[in-house]
Design a protein around this ligand. Structure first.
Ligand code: AMP
Length: 281
């Protein structure tokens, strides 16, 4: 596995790969890798000839300083598991390499960025879009892999590709979970033992809520779920929403053959967790 830190070297290596007619698959990450990331790498390895990962904790997508400072960094172990899972090249730039000057782009994703994560983390998706666009320009992948764990982010990236006419296929990967249902996340390592034990309540609530579709009304389900989570004082629920899976607008009534996603964000101790379930009826 090759490791690069500069845009120049990364481009040079990938130009040769492209000239050989090899299909490039790309998995952007912020490191502290777990099975969710590695599943994306393995899928890329199955579908492409050359797998590129990036590890970059993107400062401009954090709207909380403490979250950025405490973001787990486990580079040595990350490199070990990437190599083990047949990643060919890992790009690990410094902040100055990615942002040599002022950052001024201002993407407009319309309603998609006005709900849920977009609403509660102002500027977050603009930061995500800026870094992903830069990474796509550097790597020029044929296919790029994103997890459904960050469902809204996946839709934002699809919109970015459409808006900017980017020549890359976006491939979604299902959410990988711990045995007890907790969605894998780099931030899970920051949970205390007690917090880790109760964390699966979020997914359990999502599953039960999904089971109530379409018999109960969205409003009733949301109310029930809020009570479930609020019954545990360790949680502070930021949002719990039932949305159309295509545009993420809140659902008032269920219809036949509707596709929905139930999304939540909650603080548990100092850690902010998000999760979702997708319902194709
Ligand atoms: P991150 O390092 O958190 O920026 O995540 C990098 C990529 O891995 C994103 O496309 C995430 O959606 C994806 N990802 C993170 N956690 C999971 C998970 N538990 N299951 C599947 N994909 C995930």
């Amino acid at each position: 596995m090759q490791e690069t830190k500069t845009i120049r070297t990364t481009r040079d290596i990938l130009k040769d790969v492209r000239d050989q007619g090899r299909i490039i698959g790309f998995v952007p990450t912020m490191g502290a890798l777990h099975e969710g990331h590695l599943e994306l790498i393995r899928t890329a390895d199955k579908e492409c000839d050359f797998v590129v990962a990036s590890i970059f904790v993107n400062p401009i997508q954090f709207n909380n300083r403490e979250d950025l400072e405490k973001y787990p960094r486990t580079l040595e172990e990350d490199l070990r598991v990437l190599e083990k899972n047949h990643c060919h090249l890992v790009f690990i730039p410094e902040v100055e390499e990615m942002y040599p000057g002022e950052v001024s782009e201002d993407y407009d994703f319309g309603k998609l960025e006005k709900v849920m994560e977009g609403k509660h983390r102002p500027g977050h998706f603009n930061g995500v879009a800026i870094v992903v666009k830069k990474l796509f320009d550097i790597v020029e992948p044929d296919k790029a892999y994103f997890g459904q764990k960050d469902y809204q982010q996946l839709l934002i990236i699809q919109k970015l590709v459409e808006k900017e006419n980017l020549d890359v296929e976006i491939i979604p990967g299902s959410t990988v979970r711990e045995k007890d249902g907790l969605a894998m996340s780099s931030r899970n390592t920051r949970l205390t033992q007690e917090e880790r034990q109760i964390a699966p309540l979020l997914y359990q609530t999502l599953l039960k809520a999904a089971d109530m579709v379409p018999e109960k009304k969205p409003g009733e389900i949301i109310e029930w779920a809020r009570q479930q989570i609020s019954a545990q004082p360790e949680f502070s629920l930021e949002y719990f929403e039932i949305a159309d899976a295509g545009d993420l607008l809140p659902v008032k009534n269920f219809i036949n053959n509707g596709n929905y996603v139930i999304c939540l964000a909650a603080h548990l101790g100092n850690v902010r967790l998000i999760d979702n379930v997708i319902i194709n009826s």
